[in-house]
Each structure stands twice: as C-alpha cells, then as structure tokens.
Design a protein around this ligand. Structure first.
Ligand code: MN
Length: 498
C-alpha cells in the first residue's frame, strides 16, 4: 500500500514598516484570523500554516528557502495586506521552487463607510499592494495561481482547495518512479516517448527490470499467502463461473493473487509507484496480470499497458492528486475501444483487455476467467464491472518529438443502453465534450492516444495547471471547443513551445 504524506501549505503575508508597529500588529492579527477561518471551513484538503509577516528582503528570502527545504510544505500562499515594495520579493521568489498561490483578498469584506479614514486606507490596501506584488511575479515569468475574492466566500475557498490538489501533483510528480517490466509494444508510436526528457520536465524516473526478476518474486509467494488473498477475493467479489469447473476457476484466480502479492512486494522493495506490463512479454508468468493489476491500481499504483509508461505515470499522478478527495469516484487507465454512433446516443466504449481500476466501478464487481486472444498464456482472471455516471476528464500525454503535449478532454460518463453479457471486461462509456464529433476530431488533430488516464475527481483546470507548472503545452477539449479555434491553439503551441 502506498503511504500518504502529511502535506501543509504556508500562508505568507506581505507588508512593510512604513505604517508603524500598531499597523503591523493588526496585519499579523488579521492574517492569523484568515488562516484560522480557512482551516475551519472544512473545504480545504490540506492544512494552512500561518507564518510571520514578511517585511524585509532578508526575511522573504529566508522564508522561501525554508519552504523549499521543508518536506511537508507543498506550496506557499502569498497575500499583501498593505503595500509591500516588490523588489523586496525578487530574490526570495527567484530561489523559491514550489507551487505559488497569490490570494488576492482583503480582511474586511465591506468598506466601513462611517469610520473609514486614511489610517484604515493605509492599513488595508491589498487592492494596491497585491498589484505591485503581482507585477513582479509576472515580470519574473513565474507560474502561479491567482485567486480573487473574500476569504470567507466558499467559491474562493474552493478555488484554493482546487489549487492545493494541483500543487500536490507538482510536488509529488518528482517522486513518481515507473517500473517497466516490458518495452513498448512493437511498432506502436503513441505510447513511445523520451524518458530522459520526462525526467527533466516531470521528475519521473522510468526504469526497466527483466520480467523474469518480477516473476521470481511472484514464484516466491507462499501458498498460504495466496490462499488468504483468494479467500479475500471470494468474500469481496461475485464469482461468475459461467460453466467452468469450480476448482479450475479457483486455481486461475490464485495465479492472479500470486501476481498481486509478488508484484507489490517487488515494487515496494525497489521503491516504484507505477508499473507497465505487455501481453507479449510475460516470461514465466502464467497469465497476463489482470485482476492483480486492477487491485494494484485500486491501491494507488499507476499502470500502463503494452509498455505505456506515460499513462502509468499519469495514472499514478492523478491518483496522488485525488488521494484526499472526499467521496472520490475513481481514477483509472482506460482505452478508447469502440463507438456507438447512433444519433443522440453517441459515445465511446472504454475498456481494456483486462486492466481497468475498480475504483471507477458502479455496483457489484465480479471475477471472470476467459481466454485472451492476445499473448500465449492461460485464461486470466479479471474483475468485471461497469462504471459510474457523471463528469470526468480523460487525459493523454504525448511526445511530439521535440516536446510533450497534454490533451485534456471533459467527458460525460453514462450507462450503456443495454447490458453486454458476453463482454468479459470492465467498461466505462462516455460522450466527449462538446459532442462526439467535435471531441473526437479535436482529439485526433491534437494527436491524442488511444490509452488515457481518466478521473472523475479532477478538473481540466487542475491537471492543466500541473502541465503549465511543468512548462509543457496543455490543450483543452471542452464545451467551448470549436475546431477552427482549436487548430489555431495548436499552431500557437507550435510557436510557443520549442
Ligand atoms: Mn492497450
């Protein structure tokens, strides 16, 4: 199981000593109240930590460097209560390496019409101070989020909460290690990519191990450990024998239990959080990892099929980003498989040969054993289910030869019209925004893959901001997409990202 980290965000208030000690006391008092209210809102997925008011170049620089070094700090929220001359911020900002939020708020919600005087104006001038500060951040071309509004407004707090998720993605991206126990599928283009550049841009470490080594770890799993896990499967899932011999079925399921335990031990021992497999490169493994991989994905591991390490890393990234989400609906690798093109019922049936994460399941989950036309191993056991309804995002990271592009599509997940009793795999079904035709046309023009990293629990903005922080192009396919504008966006991207 993958361990959680106790991330926090720092709240740094800017000011100066021009208006005297009493003003500075109020600034500190006000910022403490803001932090308390934000933490008490129940909306934020991570705690905010108050920091003493920043008024000098030295303290600003020191605080940002402390934030860099603090392993629990996932980002800094800045706010200028009064005027804070922005040249004071240059060195600190220059040396700061973590996500930055500029909260453009003020302590009072309403102008105090009856009592307002120049002292009040000088003490409460975020409108003024935040512009000076914003200018220097823009001039220094630092990627940051700006959130505007009163700190008690749930809309504002939700925007901070949303940014926190992006920040966790940025911080955690450089802790993703992908284990490849197979190379890319022969002749396939879109799943290939530059692993060195991925490490430079995203911090991902992508390494290969011979499949035989992980297979040895599977072979070393004891019979009693396997039996205990099979019992757990039989408790948790429906068993769909479909005419197969009960003992033979259980033996097939036991193979997957051995793979789950052996793979997880090997991944933990070597410190990897994502894995890719390939049906054509299984060494001594008796079955293509199906149920085993589905369970590992549910535990938080990233996965990519046919050697697709980019999808494996993206699935892991999106699982970490959504880890603290209340009532999460799920995140999985998926594959665009087949269409329904009946007018008014258009959509894409999403599946894979086996490996869909049960976190996206709706209703009962069953185990089936069926032959696999690919590869040359025995019939693998797999979890079969249909997926939840609702909005989600499908994401594809592609390598354009000289750079990466992230394609993000808002999709609406639905139920298919009728059950599909002969289909022995888990499925989802969605209609891309803005509709099937424009959505698929834009996806293909952008060069998006057939494999996607999918989540119900993230927004296009959150994952797009992650891409921006990594310095890569993100293109959005959503309700506003028009093909002519979209093609122009792609052309602008070609000019801007080199
Ligand atoms: Mn595939």
């Amino acid at each position: 199981m993958i361990k959680k980290k106790n991330y926090k965000f720092w709240f740094c208030t800017g000011s100066q000593d021009l208006y005297g000690d009493e003003c500075l006391r109020n600034v500190a008092e006000h910022s403490k109240i803001i932090v308390e209210k934000l933490n008490a809102s129940g909306i934020l997925p991570y705690e905010i930590v108050w920091k003493p008011t920043l008024i000098t170049n030295e303290l600003i620089r020191k605080t940002f460097n402390e934030a860099n070094l603090d392993e629990e700090c996932a980002g800094v929220i800045t706010w200028m209560h009064t005027f804070s001359p922005a040249k004071s911020w240059i060195l600190g900002l220059q040396e700061y390496k973590k996500p930055l939020l500029h909260l453009h708020t003020q302590f009072n919600e309403e102008i105090p019409y009856d009592t307002i005087d120049m002292d009040f104006m000088n003490e409460n001038q975020s409108a003024h101070g935040d512009r000076e500060y914003g200018h220097i951040v823009s001039r220094m071309r630092i990627e940051r989020k700006v959130v505007v509004g009163h700190y008690t407004d749930p809309v504002v707090i939700n925007k901070i909460a949303s940014w926190m998720v992006t920040a966790i993605g940025i911080i955690e991206s450089s802790h993703i290690r992908v284990m490849r126990v197979a190379d890319n599928m022969r002749n396939v283009a879109v799943t290939e990519g530059d692993k060195v550049e991925a490490q430079i841009k995203f911090g991902w470490e992508v390494d290969t191990y011979p499949v035989n080594e992980i297979a040895e770890s599977v072979a070393a799993v004891s019979e009693s450990d396997i039996n205990a896990l099979v019992d757990e499967y039989y408790d948790k899932y429906n068993i769909l024998l479909e005419g197969r011999d009960e003992a033979e079925f259980r033996r097939h399921v036991a193979v997957q239990a051995g793979i789950e335990i052996g793979f997880e031990r090997f991944l933990e021992e070597k410190n990897y959080q994502a894995i890719v497999t390939h049906f054509g490169d299984l060494g001594p493994l008796k079955q293509l990892p199906g149920l085993a991989i589905q369970r590992l994905m549910e535990k938080g591991y990233g996965f990519g099929a046919e050697g697709d390490w980019k999808v494996a890393a993206m699935v892991r990234l999106m699982k970490i980003m959504t880890e603290n989400k209340k009532d999460a609906k799920g995140t999985s690798m998926l594959e665009d498989y087949t269409y329904n093109l009946v007018k008014g019922e258009e959509g894409i049936l999403e599946a894979h040969m086996l490996e869909i994460c049960p976190s996206i399941a709706d209703g009962p989950i069953s185990i089936k054993c069926n032959p696999l036309s690919m590869g040359d191993r025995e019939d693998p056991a797999r979890l079969v289910f249909t997926s939840k309804e609702g909005k989600g995002i499908a994401v594809s990271l592609i390598d354009l030869g000289n750079r990466f592009r992230l394609i993000i599509n808002d999709v609406n997940c639905k139920k298919v019209k009728k059950p599909m009793p002969k289909l022995p795999v888990a499925t989802a079904f969605w209609t891309p925004e803005p509709d099937m035709y424009v959505g698929a046309e834009a996806w293909i023009l952008a060069g998006g893959a057939h494999h996607t990293a999918f989540s119900y629990d993230l927004t296009a903005e959150q994952i797009g901001d992650w891409a921006a922080a990594c310095g890569i192009e993100a293109v959005y396919i959503d309700k506003d997409t028009k093909i002519r504008d979209f093609k122009r966006d792609l052309m602008l991207g070609e000019v801007f990202y080199r």
